[in-house]
Design a binder for this molecule. Structure first.
Ligand SMILES: *Cc1c(COP(=O)(O)O)cnc(C)c1O
Ligand SMILES: [Zn+2]
Length: 460
């Protein structure tokens, strides 16, 4: 691939093997670690300042300028323009939300919600798919595969049908939110329900990809994370190019948090920002692997410039197998207990002086109701960010005058069962949640009679 100033590099500091862009790899063939996309920045024609990117709003008839990913293309310059795939992703909104600020416990004007549910398939995954499918097109892939808790398959299915590629998705046989499964089926993906959970699907899809030479678009695909980096650019743009104090996001497979850390590291190194925000990654207490490894006194896992205790991660995953410990949370998008991007996430936590917390499902659902009642709405996993910010404000780690951005990763309509269950108290078996439903909005039964209806409206 001549003329493109990018390559792939193993993130293991003892290996750092390089590979060209023509290869579709999901791990370093030499040592098995994750890969990064890296750039020869001296060959990239960067804008002088980040705000120059905003000019592209004026040329939205150019499909690349219309894309909220490719609008920033110089910062992810791994692909010739003619291969770039776009479905209009990244037309998303940073919304100041004073109601949620009050709930979280920060001052008015300090809390912002980045609603990535507004993407074409309803989740942030589209940012990553735009980038991964562009690489897939560049290498001539025909069959594209993923394992998914739901949103990856919905997004893959949409981009594959648009790109004329065959979509193969593996979902677990347990819970998958119906909105997401509906999308995968409707966009025509060949959908396989594996008798196992997400972590099993992930292991099987890696094997199948190898056996059948499929193109894998899980977040172990380094190109996908390049697309997800741009969420941070849109946050910056929404804040008039001022760096916020905190970015708070849910953590599942840890691709998003990893991409965010990479972006901030690059922006800082390029001199395009003067400082970076702190990062908070939020697990559910039902799937708290990262929280356990980072916060429990016997591991206190840190990146340590790349010299981290890899064996501690292996021991934890082995312990999960030995004790048959399975993740279980209503926030199905983060119901993952062997996160594949954990190495990169540890690096992101180091770059952004990050913290990790785990939140019980009951608190996640109350936070979700707050996001809903203040006008945006989101799916359960997304609300972990708001619940996490609230916990950190309670701990006084986030102070009242700091500017906090919570990433709302998925659309409110993705998981209607969870929402209706919360408001009515009639959770189905898969969605039962402990704890008080503080903001439940129960429907009121009324007679089929105008007087009775008027009375109900005026009194209830
Ligand atoms: C995929 C997903 C997550 C988890 O993101 P990771 O990058 O896997 O940590 C969180 N929320 C939603 C809605 C998702 O679709
Ligand atoms: Zn390597």
């Amino acid at each position: 691939m001549p003329d493109i100033p990018a390559y792939q590099e193993c993130i293991n500091i003892n290996c750092q093997a390089n590979f060209d862009l023509a290869q579709s790899l999901v791990a370093c063939p030499k040592c098995g670690c994750l890969l990064d996309v890296q750039y020869e920045w001296d060959k990239v024609k960067l804008p002088k300042k980040l705000s120059d990117f905003s000019r592209r709003w004026a040329t939205r008839e150019n499909r690349l300028d219309f894309s909220g990913v490719w609008r920033f293309r110089e910062l992810l310059d791994f692909c010739d323009d003619r291969f770039k795939v776009s479905q209009g992703e990244g037309q998303t909104l940073l919304q100041r939300c004073d109601g949620v600020a009050e709930y979280v416990g920060v001052d008015k004007g300090k809390l912002f919600l980045q609603y990535e549910g507004l993407n074409p398939s309803g989740s942030f995954k589209d940012n990553g798919m735009a980038a991964a499918f562009s690489h897939a097109a560049m290498v001539g892939a025909r069959r594209v595969a993923c394992a998914s808790t739901g949103n990856t398959s919905a997004s893959l299915a949409r981009y594959a049908s648009a790109a004329g590629m065959e979509a193969i998705v593996f979902v677990g046989s347990g819970r998958i939110a119906f909105g997401k499964l509906a999308q995968a089926l409707d966009y025509g993906a060949r959908t396989f329900q594996v008798a196992g959970d997400f972590d099993d699907c992930m292991a099987r899809v890696k094997e199948a990809t190898e056996a059948l030479s499929l193109y894998l678009v899980n977040s172990v695909n380094p190109f996908r994370l390049e697309g997800q980096k741009t969420i941070m650019l849109r946050v910056l743009e929404g804040m008039n190019w001022e760096v916020p104090d905190w970015i708070v996001c849910p953590g599942g497979n840890l691709g998003n948090s990893s991409a965010f850390g990479k972006m901030w590291g690059e922006l800082k190194a390029l001199g395009l920002v003067k400082r970076v925000p702190r990062l908070a990654v939020i697990n559910s207490t039902g799937a708290p692997t990262l929280d356990r490894l980072v916060n429990s006194p016997d591991t206190l896992l840190r990146y340590n410039g790349g010299r981290f205790d890899r064996a501690a991660i292996c021991r934890d995953y082995q312990w999960q197998d030995d004790t048959n410990t399975k993740p279980h949370t209503i926030a199905s998008a983060i119901e993952i207990s062997k996160p594949v991007n954990i190495d990169k996430c540890l690096r992101a936590l180091e770059i952004c002086d990050g913290v990790v917390r785990a939140i019980p499902d009951g608190d996640i659902m109350n936070a979700k109701a707050q996001v809903g009642i203040h006008g945006l709405g989101c799916e359960p996993a997304s609300a972990a960010s708001v619940a996490g910010a609230r916990l950190l404000a309670e701990e006084r780690l986030i102070s009242r005058d700091e500017r906090v951005v919570c990433i709302l990763t998925g659309h409110a309509l993705k998981d209607p069962n969870a929402t209706v269950g919360y408001h009515t108290g009639n959770y189905d078996a898969d969605h039962r949640v402990e704890g008080e439903r503080l903001f439940a909005n129960m429907p009121t039964p009324v007679e089929n009679d105008l007087d009775a209806i008027i009375k109900a409206i005026e009194t209830s």
